[in-house]
Design a protein around this ligand. Structure first.
Ligand SMILES: [Zn+2]
Ligand SMILES: [Zn+2]
Length: 462
């Protein structure tokens, strides 16, 4: 069965065919690291993770890059006002009395920890915008040379009227701007859709983060970083580029314009966008006090995996409404799933090809995870042998990422425990070769031993 995905560029479901049949290139627009990542943003990264896992399930090697924006993203908004306001990192630094780098380091650490707790598989690379300043300057120079850039009082801008395909993703033509945008139009811009490539540092103050450039001291525009890093890491044309739906209209349109204007090549073959997470059927926002973080949900007794299960309850292109009741229902369901697994005593068996087929029918059809979850429950309800169920559920979990194998009820034979205990003594005495030998023996018996601070944990391998 082939993987089919909805491409925002063509507005159609298409069969996925990567440029290189063996290696998929994938870029996800990651967080701006000036604050805790909300469960709304995590929904987008969870969607990226499901895609990543589905590609791996299809046996592709995947080079997944996610950026970490640590400069240049302004407070305006992600749409019509993206060039307006203060730099989010600079503002947070001022507020928290730290340097911009300290702010970034802190929130990146928190994000990485949060991602791990949600079982988001680690990308091939996280790229920080401040580590690609030279590539960004080079890109602006190219655009300048090709006649797409012009200079005004506060920076270097991209002339959208020069790029004939402007609007191909957003439907927005040069000169138009999103209806209702509260843009204080910069009178010097040639077209309202023009956007900053490089912004000059203010004359009267020093920024935490600024760099010399051919145009003077300043910092890169927000859209620029993703083009520069995506092309630097994955090449001029990539297979997949993802982000939240709020990035489609302006950010991604601008990425296309500046990348394709610079290279003359198609930038991205498949654009994919995840829908918003709503809260109590309304908007999630910091000002409404409902921009919940992982810490907020943990404080109420939920685990990150409860949240992951909740994310699976809606298709990635549909809005998902967060309520505490809905999260509680997901928690109950996940617990029931874990309990069911721990009740299974037979673990050896065969994949149910029937159910694998139904599962693939769901997942490979534009990642229909709610359907895949219901296939999983249908499987549990059948009278197939327990061992077949266990094997099939663990097979599904390659995409679900719910740690199912940790819950399967099985007993560890006493002699395996004895072996591990002996090994632990060797390890404590620093006799590593013997410890390693026993580890291999344990693995040969289908178990693995995980070292902990002062003990060990044994797990069955599936
Ligand atoms: Zn992007
Ligand atoms: Zn981006």
């Amino acid at each position: 069965m082939e993987l089919e995905l909805y491409n925002s560029l063509t507005r159609k479901i298409e069969e996925f065919a990567p440029i290189n049949p063996n290696l998929v290139t994938m870029y996800t627009c990651g967080p701006t690291v000036y604050n805790y990542v909300t469960i709304g943003n995590y929904r987008t990264y969870n969607f990226a993770d499901i895609l990543y896992r589905a590609l791996q399930y299809k046996k592709y090697d995947v080079k997944h890059v996610m950026n970490l924006t640590d400069v240049g993203h302004l407070t305006g908004d992600n749409e019509g006002d993206a060039d307006v306001g203060e730099d989010r990192l600079e503002k947070a630094a001022e507020k928290e009395g730290k340097s911009a780098t300290e702010i970034a380091d802190f929130y990146i650490e928190d994000f990485l920890e949060g991602s791990r707790s949600l079982n988001l598989l680690k990308p091939y690379k996280f790229t920080r915008a401040t580590e690609y300043i030279q590539q960004q300057i080079d890109l602006v120079r190219t655009l300048e040379r090709e006649g797409y850039a012009y200079k005004i009082t506060d920076g270097i801008y991209f002339d959208t009227s020069k790029f004939k395909d402007y609007g191909v993703l957003s439907g927005l033509r040069p000169g138009e701007i999103k209806e209702g945008a509260r843009v204080a139009i910069n009178k010097e811009k040639k077209n309202p859709t023009d956007f900053a490539l490089w912004k000059f540092s203010p004359k009267d103050s020093t920024r935490w983060q600024e760099w010399d450039s051919p145009w003077g001291k300043g910092f890169p525009g927000w859209h620029l970083e993703c083009s520069a890093m995506c092309m630097a890491e994955l090449g001029e044309t990539v297979d997949l580029h993802l982000g939240g739906e709020d990035l489609k209209m302006i950010h991604h349109q601008n990425e296309i314009a500046q990348s394709e204007a610079a290279t003359g090549k198609k930038f991205v073959n498949y654009w994919m966008h995840g829908a918003f997470l709503k809260v109590d059927n309304g908007r999630m926002s910091k000002s409404l006090g409902n921009a919940y973080t992982l810490d907020d949900i943990k404080a109420k007794g939920f685990t990150p995996l409860d949240l992951r299960y909740f994310y699976l309850s809606a298709h990635y292109r549909s809005a998902l409404n967060f309520t505490w009741e809905a999260l509680a229902a997901s928690q109950v369901a996940l617990k029931r799933l874990h309990n069911t697994l721990s009740g299974y005593k037979e673990v050896g068996g065969n994949l149910s090809s029937d159910f694998v087929y139904k599962f693939e029918e769901a997942v490979l059809n534009d990642l229909n995870m709610p359907k895949a979850v219901s296939v999983m429950w249908d499987l549990i309800k059948t009278d197939l042998p327990e061992g077949d169920k266990v094997q099939t559920l663990i097979h599904f979990d390659q995409v679900f990422g719910l740690d199912l194998q940790d819950y399967v009820g099985y007993e560890i034979p006493q002699d395996i425990i004895d072996l591990a205990t002996t090994r632990e003594q060797y390890r404590k005495s620093g006799i590593w070769d013997k410890a390693d030998m026993i580890r291999r023996q344990i693995e040969g018996r289908g178990f693995e031993v995980e070292d902990q601070m002062n003990s060990f944990k044994l797990k069955k391998r599936f």
